[in-house]
Write a protein that binds this ligand. Sequence first.
Ligand code: PEP
Ligand code: MG
Length: 586
Amino acid sequence: MTQADTRPEKIWPGTAVSSGVAHAVVHVMKDDFDEPDEDPILPEDVESDLARWHKALEVTRVEIEALQKVMADEQGGSEADIFEAHLLILHDNSILKQVEKTVREKLICVDAVYYRLMCKHMDALRGLADSYLRERFLDIKDITHRVMRHLRGEMLQHPMFDDPVIIIAHDLTPSDTVQLDRSKVLGFALETGSANSHAAIIARSLALPAVVRLHNICDELHSGDPVLLDGDEGLLIFNPSAATLAKYRSREEQSDAREDALLVTRHQPSVTTDGYVVNVSANAEFIEEMAAIRDSGAEHVGLFRTEFLHLENPDGSEDWLADCYTQAVKAMSPGEVIFRTLDIGGDKVDPNMNVAAEPNPFLGWRGIRVSLGMKDLFRKQLRALLRAAAHGRVGIMFPMVCGVEEVRAARALLDECATELRREGHAVPEEISIGAMIEIPSAALSADLIATEVDFLSLGTNDLTQYTLAVDRLNERVADLYQPTHPSVLRLIEMTVTAARKAGIRVCICGEMASDIEITPLLIGLGLNELSVASGQVARLKHAIRKLDATECQTLAADIMQLGSAPEILAKSRMSAIQQYPELFV
Ligand code: PEP
Ligand code: MG
């Protein structure tokens, strides 16, 4: 830990995307390296540690000189001079001496010593009005990042942590998340992101507090700094004072008492006062969540996002996959696990696929398009799912379908895999429910056609909202326009429910909108009979459903569908929710 104790408390406001509070030291993930922890070294390891650092300095020198040459050839003298300044910083004698001395005397790994010293220089220059000095700050930052990258290895996996940490990063992609030692992560504080990014969704699934839009936080904090992360109010508090900690302790006691009261009834069915049954199931990304899901009161798993297992081990064999899926199925038995086939693409990029960068990934090669384009990968997954189905109830659904042909093509491949497996002597049950996700407007508009081909529909409202409104779900600049209660989104939901009803099949919402208790009266009024949410939300949602009258909800929904704007709709549904279950709004 640094000498944080003497520094005053400081609060940064951001946007809360996953509730809860965590108090721990931070681990800072830079774009191209993770900030080093102050790991101790043995006296006999000092020389090899310093040699490693000298090698990194040397590789950095070669890299900068090469850049300098390219610049000089392309643009002549002045631009190349910038690199002269970089080389001077790299070879600064006082820095070199200070680092060696500290490593020898304090026996701390050179990564941390060098990084902390460079940060001290940067901190002294950052925020100065003088533009020349601010440029020097950027020079030091650039050099430090280069050396750190070489010191820690370009392809470094994120480290395992000895103690619990709060992760600080610019952004957290799904592939970053799978590499983290999640058993030690207590929360996420990110510079960018939105409530609908997968980092936020995962935080909610794992019941970890998360705050986004904490601009420049990666430069303000260093690994080892103590913070309190407040995922309810959206605050990050550096070095919280005793008074702040006491305030949070008492708040936590009150909220624990409220949660405990909800948990008492979590295993009871969720039926409205007039007898309408609404199944509440849970969303999952990792097998380790199954125990929490079972304990949450969820009837089953309504959405298992299989991308995360894939990203953990992209070359995993069919046997390995079948084993993972089987573990999930057994853990939920006799409940069903609905696995969504791979939804790679968009923000869930698999770096191993070596796919050329796309100008517009959310409108590109994603979901079922990738699966139908990479048949071997798809077959491996389908075969593994069918094998897992021998051990419990499995549902399979296809993501990002834009019409009925893709559903037919995917089903045909599934049937082929089942025949193949049976021929090989595997037991494959006849009854496996097959579903399609409705998350593209074209799929909602042709839901009646799709409904005749499947056993259930599942509305992916995170994407349905972004595609209907042409609002990138990750783009904070247009976040205010991301409105799941927009009349157009609700009409597509209504259309999908009607199609499912006509075909006599189940219809669920598994997007984040399902857990928003302000709109539960509206969703029930629209005829949804299943909602799939993060496990931490299950007890609360079941409680809300038990307080509602489905017939009244239908009248409310009919009125709401006449309204013209998302805020009006939200306000009306919210008012009804507050009347029916005010205890959930304290
Ligand atoms: C959705 O789009 O609502 C959904 C559940 O899928 P994802 O969030 O993984 O895209
Ligand atoms: Mg989706």
